[in-house]
Design a protein around this ligand. Structure first.
Ligand SMILES: *Cc1c(COP(=O)(O)O)cnc(C)c1O
Length: 371
């Protein structure tokens, strides 16, 4: 395993500043994914709330509906440089779909490992991946969910010299969190230039939801050294941080080892990883990327949480005021903007990262509202 990670690190260091590699990456970001994404002035939402100006970074307008493709394209281009022809993949919703879509474009096969339980729960995404030619393997061991799927995917990676493991968030062993940061920083490279063009100054606040932390790292990246820009990460509080149904890693977690990284995570008393819950599958993760753990300890980023009910309400508010249906993950960040904007001056500026679109969540939200 360490040899595979070392090989990946060497490749990444070789190509991350290579002009030919970057040109190819930029080409796919532009013509395949549809970048740059707009920075949209949400005037109707602002009129509804009062207070600060709100700009939405529209990552939901990427091909396949989220920020995930920024990173998948970068990693697949690295795989291509390494001569790999099989992609090993864990079947987490949006990331699995983005990988299954991009793999055939580069002549690669895609094996997706998914817990048998999740195969059942995510039928639509399973069909989408299979239509694009991916082989979806239902993993039946143990509880047949994410943990067993991770083990199976890592096993497949180590057993096959032609395989490349595409990781979907800013988590896992080095160099993955650095790679994911590198390929998601395009979000803030664009938003920084856009806000300077529109407003002539930097924002007062940048807000993003935090699952593993990739969209947040991407939209924070270029502001980290601007002390006047406040950075806020929003985790899933599920039914509430004082219940046992949440995924508020930063609020409730402790330092430990999870998925090959030392970071902050939620553990049971016996030291095992705690079960987590959120209405949003993308935020339903017991750990967080190590760079976020660092930003929490250094105080550079403030981490807060939003409950299911607050996220659903924010989703409806943005839909009703702007006609933009955000992903339930992104709605956690919007909920924080809705709390803060009315308390701020009308000349102040908030950028919210809309990490994805909400079409995938329509049924879940309808079910939630029925109950
Ligand atoms: C996967 C996903 C997330 C959570 O992942 P991060 O790595 O924390 O960004 C957030 N929003 C959307 C739309 C997603 O698909």
């Amino acid at each position: 395993m360490q040899a595979l990670l070392d090989e990946l690190e060497t490749t990444f260091e070789t190509y991350k500043n290579d002009s030919e590699f970057l040109e190819e990456y930029q080409h796919y970001l532009k013509d395949y994914s549809g970048r740059e994404t707009p920075l949209y002035f949400a005037e109707s939402l602002i009129n509804h709330l009062g207070g600060a100006k709100i700009y939405l970074k529209r990552e939901d307008l990427n091909h396949l509906g989220s920020h995930k493709l920024n990173n998948v394209l970068g990693q697949i281009l690295l795989a291509k440089r390494m001569g790999k022809c099989v992609i090993a993949e864990i079947g987490a919703g949006q990331h699995g779909v983005a990988t299954a879509a991009a793999a055939p474009r580069f002549g690669m096969e895609c094996d997706v490992y998914m817990g048998a339980e999740d195969v059942e729960r995510q039928r639509l995404n399973v069909f989408r991946m299979e239509m694009m030619g991916a082989r979806v393997h239902a993993v039946t061991e143990g509880t047949a969910t994410l943990k067993e799927a991770v083990d199976a995917a890592f096993g497949a990676w180590m057993a096959d010299l032609d395989a490349f493991f595409v990781l979907g968030s800013a988590v896992g062993p080095h160099p993955y969190p650095s790679i994911v940061h590198e390929f998601q920083k395009v979000i803030s490279i664009e938003s920084r230039r856009q806000i300077l063009e529109i407003e002539g100054r930097l924002p007062d606040l940048v807000i993003a939801c935090v699952g593993g932390g990739s969209n947040a790292i991407g939209v924070f990246s270029q502001y980290v050294n601007d002390a006047e820009v406040g950075l806020v990460g929003v985790e899933a509080a599920g039914r509430g941080v004082d219940t046992d149904k949440h995924a508020a890693t930063m609020t409730k977690g402790t330092v430990g080892i999870v998925d090959g990284m030392k970071t902050i995570a939620l553990f049971k008393e016996n030291g095992e990883i705690a079960p987590v819950y959120s209405i949003s599958a993308g935020l339903d993760y017991p750990g967080v990327g190590p760079e976020h753990a660092f930003f929490k300890e250094s105080g550079r980023v403030e981490y807060v949480s939003a409950r299911d009910a607050e996220a659903v309400e924010a989703l409806l508010t943005l839909s009703k005021t702007e006609g933009i249906l955000p992903a339930i993950e992104s709605s956690h960040a919007i909920a924080e903007a809705i709390k803060r904007a009315p308390l701020m001056d009308k000349e102040q500026i908030i950028i919210v990262n809309v990490s994805g679109r909400g079409d995938k969540d329509v049924v879940a939200v309808a079910d939630y509202l029925e109950k």
